[in-house]
Design a protein around this ligand. Structure first.
Ligand code: 4NP
Length: 174
């Protein structure tokens, strides 16, 4: 894949979709699970290469937060990810779409891309696809880590509507 301009995959290539948050234990593994869930329902999961990571590496190797696991399990979505940190060189080469949960993540990913001299046209806020977002939460999926289970339910709802719309946006190119 061309790491600078074109983000269109070749016809035979799976479409790379990477979800990125800070710790890679709450929001982004949930987003990856929800996106794949929607792709399975549409019968197109095999066309995608989906993963998640964090801009920070403190939780590398850890399982998803039990609160994310719980909101996913309520919808029969299993999260079996292990946390890892963004590897800009490899991730910019592998993924066509990089979705940041909040503006801080977006800045960090763009900065990592810049040091490599790769364009960051493919890096966007996941919530920019959310038809329900309006100007709520500043267009972000807010960090639920220090809150309770209700915060994870709210985050699930934002992730769900965003991922459904993201998939519909990408599907014409699949
Ligand atoms: P995430 O949430 O970025 O959605 O995975 C967080 C997880 C851990 C921490 C912060 C946010 N932390 O400070 O350890």
């Amino acid at each position: 894949m061309d790491t600078n301009g074109d983000i269109s995959p070749a016809k035979s290539e799976r479409i790379g979709v990477l979800f990125v948050c800070l710790g890679n234990i709450c929001r982004s593994p949930l987003a990856a699970g929800v996106f794949l869930h929607h792709a399975r329902l549409r019968g197109v999961a095999h066309r995608f290469d989906v993963d998640s990571c964090g801009t920070g590496g403190w939780h590398a190797g850890a399982a998803p937060d039990p609160r994310s696991v719980a909101v996913a399990a309520l919808r029969s979505i299993t999260l079996d990810h292990r946390a890892r940190q963004l590897d800009a060189r490899r991730d910019f080469a592998r993924f066509h779409h990089i979705l940041a949960m909040d503006r801080s993540n977006l800045r960090d990913i763009a900065a990592a891309g810049e040091t490599l001299g790769v364009a960051h046209a493919r890096v966007r806020l996941l919530r920019s696809f959310d038809p329900n977002a309006g100007c709520h939460e500043n267009g972000e999926i807010p960090d639920p880590y220090y809150g309770g289970q209700d915060g994870f339910e709210r985050v699930f709802s934002m992730i769900d509507s965003s991922c459904a719309a993201l998939l519909e946006n990408i599907l014409p190119r699949v």
